[in-house]
Design a protein. Structure first.
Length: 83
């Protein structure tokens, strides 16, 4: 069974992987942390709204599928140096 990370653990993992360069300054780390948590907050509140009784299962699936498409495109762009 996979271990679920807390947001703080996820941030630490991300920081180790993406901000390993010692030349990255305090301000950039602070801004990246804010962006990380803002993204997490957006996804969390969207999932909460999907659970609302007024949202159909199909609408929720469509929203999450749309997120997946966007994230996959961003990852492709990132790998290609376009993001």
């Amino acid at each position: 069974m996979a271990t679920l990370e807390s947001l703080a653990e996820g941030w630490e993992s991300f920081q180790r992987a993406a901000l390993a360069d010692p030349q990255i300054g305090t301000v950039q780390r602070w801004e990246m942390r804010r962006a990380f948590y803002a993204g997490a907050y957006f996804v969390f509140t969207t999932v909460e709204r999907i659970a609302d009784p007024d949202v159909t299962e199909g609408e929720g699936v469509d929203r999450l599928s749309g997120f997946k498409v966007e994230l996959e495109q961003f990852y492709r762009d990132l790998k290609a140096g376009r993001a």
